[in-house]
Write a protein that binds this ligand. Structure first.
Ligand SMILES: Nc1ncnc2c1ncn2[C@@H]1O[C@H](COP(=O)(O)OP(=O)(O)OP(=O)(O)O)[C@@H](O)[C@H]1O
Ligand SMILES: [Mg+2]
Length: 408
């Protein structure tokens, strides 16, 4: 099954022939058309009023006439085009782009939906915790599901952007259609909650491990709404206080990393919308998938920056060197991104490991206890280290008192 996103498809325009590239065309590239409107497709194309031939294709087969469900790409041939280009449309490779199709996540989609569907009928939904490493479609899938099934009845907050409990509660209330006067104290927001956040709505907290304090989760656990929490910390629940954990009663849905073949499908799907035909070979696509090691974000960023590199070198296809440059940049930005999500404990521990390159666990624990006002126990330290290792920034070897850590 293929999941279709949004009711729009990007109009894919291939430019071939001989004509100089004009700025005017850039606008054309980003046009998006409603799925159900053949007349609009024809009108937009007429409005473009290029004195040129236009062919409509579906899966490589030329169509006799435009068909709203079948058009997958549109080829416009210009008579005098010389400069070949690679990146026809940057949008599908951007982080914020919502793909038209979400591949290889049917199982997770069905499972999460089965837990939340009762909310649609005013019955008790099951709360869900979505966990898994970075770049594997957690945010994308949940946002799509919310828009598709709970339109107007959900609130989504990314807690990396809104970390304080006040901001999070305020954002949820506003998204559920409540006016929240400025400077309203947090306590009074919590009171409004019990009146407004009912069984029929779903609240999603993305990057939930970034929330400071327990109060937001306490408040939500006391409501009847469905809850989706997303985190890339497999050990997130260990840091939640026992009683709160049992009140939240979360069902865990784990997202695995993509397999190489799945990543190839995801990359290829975006290539079809973003790059000119022949811009990258199958072999290089496989290399991107191998290097990305299960992370779709890394794969797409690598591809985008490789395409831009090739284009700025005025070449008409992507080379292995372009990919090498691309992967370096993508990995650097992943490192920064993952680091920005660390809490102050993990950031301290990472700095210590970076300073020593390799450090014994006992020594690290000693420094950790020395540096924080409230001395932490060994269990809490192990929990922080488990989370740090899970980010992929450091690795551990050996067990117990022989355990050592080093930067990856
Ligand atoms: N199955 C898929 N099909 C198409 N695109 C995908 C798929 N999975 C992920 N992507 C793309 O990969 C990128 C990263 O996905 P997403 O932001 O959902 O990851 P995530 O699991 O939430 O990562 P993080 O934990 O770092 O927030 C996005 O650009 C998204 O569009
Ligand atoms: Mg995410």
């Amino acid at each position: 099954m293929i999941v279709c996103f949004a009711r729009e498809i990007p109009l894919r325009i291939f430019v071939t022939g001989d004509m100089t590239w004009t700025g005017e065309f850039i606008d054309v590239r980003s046009i998006r058309l409603p799925f159900k409107s053949p007349s609009r497709i024809s009108r937009v194309l007429r409005e473009l009023s290029f004195d040129t031939e236009i062919d409509f294709y579906s899966g490589g087969t030329r169509l006799a006439e435009p068909h709203p469900r079948k058009i997958l790409d549109t080829r416009i041939r210009f008579p005098n085009m010389k400069d070949s280009i690679i990146l026809l449309n940057e949008e599908p490779l951007a982080e914020v782009f919502i793909p038209t199709r979400l591949l290889h996540r049917d199982g997770q989609l069905r499972e999460i939906l089965s837990y939340l569907r009762p909310a649609l009928h005013g019955r008790d939904a099951r709360n869900v915790l979505v966990v898994g490493g970075p770049g594997i479609g957690k945010t994308t899938l949940v946002r799509w599901l919310l828009h598709e099934y709970f339109d107007g009845k959900f609130a989504y907050v990314n807690c990396l952007n809104a970390r304080s409990e006040h901001k999070i509660l305020e954002s949820i209330l506003i998204q559920l259609g409540n006016a929240v006067p400025e400077n309203k104290p947090t306590d009074s927001l919590i009171q409004t909650f019990s009146k407004k956040v009912n069984k029929r709505v779903v609240v999603c907290l993305d990057e939930v491990d970034q929330v400071k304090g327990d109060r937001v989760l306490q408040t939500l656990s006391a409501q009847e709404c469905g809850l989706i929490l997303i985190s890339n910390r497999l050990y997130f629940l260990d840091s939640v206080e026992d009683r709160l954990r049992s009140r939240l009663f979360l069902t865990e849905v784990e997202f695995p990393r993509y397999r190489r073949s799945e990543l190839i499908d995801i990359i290829q799907d975006r290539i079809d919308y973003a790059l000119s035909p022949g811009a990258i070979t199958k072999h290089l696509v496989e290399i991107v998938a191998i290097w990305a090691n299960g992370d779709a974000r890394i794969a797409l960023q690598t591809l985008k920056s490789a395409a831009m590199n090739a284009e700025s070198g005025k070449r008409d296809s992507i080379s292995i060197e372009d990919l090498k440059n691309g992967i370096k940049g993508a990995k650097r930005s992943k490192f920064e991104y993952v680091r920005s999500k660390l809490n102050e404990h993990q950031a301290f521990l990472l700095r210590q490991i970076q300073a020593d390159m390799k450090i014994e666990s006992a020594e690290l624990f000693r420094r950790y206890q020395e540096s924080f006002d409230n001395p932490v126990g060994e269990r809490a330290y192990r929990n922080q280290m488990n989370q740090l290792v899970q980010t992929g920034l450091v690795r551990g070897e050996g067990e117990g008192r022989w355990r050592k850590f080093e930067v990856v």
